[in-house]
Each structure stands twice: as C-alpha cells, then as structure tokens.
Write a protein that binds this ligand. Structure first.
Ligand code: ZN
Length: 271
C-alpha cells in the first residue's frame, strides 16, 4: 500500500511537469540551461539577435532605439536578474580577442563610452571578444574587405550578461533591450554589430547611424540612395560569405550561424 501511495504521489507531480516541458515554449531558464546547439540545428533556426522569429526579434533587440523616444519609452517592471557569476565561471580562454587576432580591424565599442543610446557608459572598458569560430570568421571577413582597400569597424561584440543587466537597468523596456534573463546572441559571444570603413577610416554611408530605430535602418528598406544600398549589400555579402546572417531591422547586426554557445557571465578584465 505504501508503494502504491508513493507511486500515486510521484505521478501527480511528475506527469504535469512532463506535459509542461513538452508543450510550453522554453522558459528563459530552460534556454539558458540548454546545451550549445549543434551546427545543424543552428543552421535550421531563424535569424535574429535573440533566438526569436524575425517578427519578434524586431521589437526585442537591444540595438534598435528611436533616439527621440528614449525617455518617453514605457518602463516595464524589472525582470529577475541573472544569478551573479560563480567564481571561475567563464574563462578568457572561451573567447578570442579580435584586437589581438587582427589589429587592422577597427574598434569603436560604443557601450564603453557614453556615445550610445543610453548616453551612459555601460562597459567598464572596451573589448571585442568572440567565441573562437565567430572570431576567426570575422578575421576572414576583414581579409575579404582588405583586398578592396576597406576594413571592418566593430561597434559591439560579446556582451557579458552582467553588462546586459546594466543596460536593462537603464532601459527596462523589452522593445529596446533584451531582458538579461532571456539573453541575447551577443551574450552568447556569437553576435556582432559592425560597419565598414574606407582606407582613411571613414565609415561607409549605411543610411543611418548605429543604434538607430526606424524603417530607415531596416535591411529590406529599398527606399534609400543607391550608394547606401550598395554599401549595405557589401556588408551583408561579406558577412554571409563567412557564415554570419543579418536581421531585418538592423543593418549593423549579424549573428554567427555555424555554432551556438550558451549565455555567459564572463566579464573581461580592465587591467
Ligand atoms: Zn547586435
């Protein structure tokens, strides 16, 4: 009888959990706990900064912001913060430093300055770290552009989750910032925000500044000067040639499709 009661008890709690896991969309925690996707499974997913279908990614990516709407944006209640990094969690060896790999790649890490949509410094110091496969692909993209007398300029690379939390604390609005509990492709170390510069270091005209929210920044917007469309095409074709894929709403954002990684709390040292 005891065994029967135990069995009944276990099935009451175990069965609903199974049903829930199979039918409901993965929660943020499940996503974070999931092992890195294989190349095949990544290749089959939709593009987007946040592992969302494109139509949702449009409103959930951090980078998109209307400069005139920032302070009026409706504030959402803060979501659960990610757990503080455990000692030893995340190691520099998990990432490659673009500045070391190819010093010809320009860095303008905006979140290490106040020249960004939050108008405040989010990163303690600049760095462009990426997971090894994505970092090597960026070097290949740089080499493709060098043949044309041009170079890459990086606005953002790996974004540690604690820094994503700082952004969320500044702008707790999922229209503009990905909630840290959900995580962005940047916090997995496989996404970049970037543009192209000419041999004098001048940015090519992409139609809008970085971090501009609006149809002018959309990659399916063809109502732009031919020069702008050609520059965006060069950026897109270069990035696609090395395994990255863009998103519809931000001409500057690309995610690496070859391999995915879990979210990371590792924060680079400023010493
Ligand atoms: Zn981005």
């Amino acid at each position: 009888m005891k065994q029967l009661l135990l069995l009944l008890f276990v099935s009451l709690f175990w069965l609903p959990a199974c049903v829930n896991n199979n039918s409901a969309p993965a929660s943020a925690d499940e996503v974070e706990a999931a092992p890195p996707a294989t190349a095949d499974s990544v290749a089959g997913t939709e593009p987007g900064d946040d592992d969302l279908p494109p139509e949702q990614a449009e409103s959930a990516d951090l980078e998109a912001i209307n400069p005139s709407a920032g302070s009026q944006a409706p504030m959402m209640p803060a979501m659960r913060a990610p757990a503080p990094p455990a000692p030893g969690q995340g190691r520099n060896a998990d990432f490659l430093d673009i500045a070391t790999l190819d010093p010809g790649i320009r860095l303008d890490i905006r979140y290490a300055t106040d020249n960004n949509f939050t108008q405040s410094k989010i990163y303690d110091c600049p760095a462009c770290l990426l997971r090894p496969e994505a970092a090597r692909a960026i070097v290949r993209a740089q080499q493709l552009l060098q043949r044309k007398g041009m170079a890459l300029k990086m606005f953002d690379c790996y974004r540690p989750r604690p820094y994503q939390q700082r952004l969320w604390n500044k702008v707790p609005n999922p229209d503009y910032v990905t909630p840290p509990s959900k995580g962005s492709m940047h916090s997995r170390g496989v996404a970049v925000d970037l543009t192209i510069v000419d041999k004098s270091g001048n940015e090519l005209d992409m139609g809008t500044p970085y971090d501009f929210f609006g149809p002018e920044a959309h990659t399916d917007n063809m109502q732009l000067p031919a020069r702008v469309l050609a520059n965006r095409r060069l950026l897109r074709e270069t990035m696609e040639a090395v395994g990255f894929q863009g998103i519809r709403t931000e001409w500057w954002h690309f995610s690496f499709r070859g391999k995915n990684y879990p979210l990371s709390d590792y924060v680079w040292s400023c010493e």
